[in-house]
Design a binder for this molecule. Structure first.
Ligand SMILES: Nc1nc2c(ncn2[C@@H]2O[C@H](COP(=O)(O)OP(=O)(O)OP(=O)(O)O)[C@@H](O)[C@H]2O)c(=O)[nH]1
Length: 200
């Protein structure tokens, strides 16, 4: 997709605030600092649209980005930030459950993991949760430029094995620096959202 127009429609905390346009939605989830804002910025060809932060886990809202009046990217707040209280964490869990369980417009979830390391317990729990709701899943292994090419296969198999990915799930390794993987990610998004494909 050629992205020219992007707009942060709403930062929502409850379903009444979700947009009502009916566009397909692709959610992006991952632990704090995994590279989610960088991926979103790469996908929409912007340098700094989605905020890349040095304060991990700040956002506790679902941020709906309107992409070309065709779909929404839904930026799910990062998990695994130690300084968040138990109460905040429960609130976050309930917000996600409500969204993932009930949202008809949700067509797929991109779950980000750091390709340099074995996925964490929280990464595993997120994938279990998405499997439970039977949501189409694309796992993106980030920061690929930080791994030597000779270790890419190993990184892939570690992610697949640790997250117990099934034949239905997809895995793409990605770098926000080299943009490797970007086209495959867009192809998956267009397929899930049933958009016509086009060069980006
Ligand atoms: N080398 C390299 N660095 C990356 C890549 N992606 C992200 N980073 C860096 O990793 C750090 C975190 O990236 P963000 O995109 O802000 O991560 P985030 O997941 O949005 O973080 P939160 O805002 O805390 O949720 C930043 O310093 C980025 O520059 C990548 O593909 N390669």
């Amino acid at each position: 997709m050629q992205v020219h127009n992007v707009e942060l429609t709403i930062s929502a905390v409850k379903p009444e605030q979700y947009p009502d346009k009916g566009y397909p939605e692709i959610a992006l989830a991952g632990r704090s600092n995994v590279g989610k804002s960088s991926l979103i910025n790469s996908l929409i060809n912007r340098k700094n649209y989605a905020r890349t932060s040095s304060q991990p886990g700040k956002t506790q809202t679902l941020n709906f980005y309107n992409i070309e009046d065709e779909l929404y990217f839904v930026d799910v707040p990062g998990y695994g930030y130690a300084k968040v209280s138990q109460k905040e964490r429960e609130k976050w869990g309930r917000m996600l459950e409500t969204y993932f369980e009930k949202r008809q417009e949700l067509k797929g979830v991109i779950s980000l993991v750091d390709a340099r390391h074995e996925p964490t317990k929280l990464d595993q729990q997120m994938v279990e949760f998405l499997h439970y709701y039977n949501l189409p899943l694309l796992v993106v292994g980030t920061k690929l430029d930080k791994i030597p090419k000779s270790k890419w296969n190993k990184a892939e198999s570690t992610i697949k094995k640790t997250l117990k990915l099934t034949g239905k799930d997809r895995l793409v390794l990605f770098s926000a620096v080299t943009k490797q993987g970007k086209e495959d990610i867009w192809a998956w998004i267009e397929q899930q959202a049933q958009l016509e494909s086009g060069a980006n």
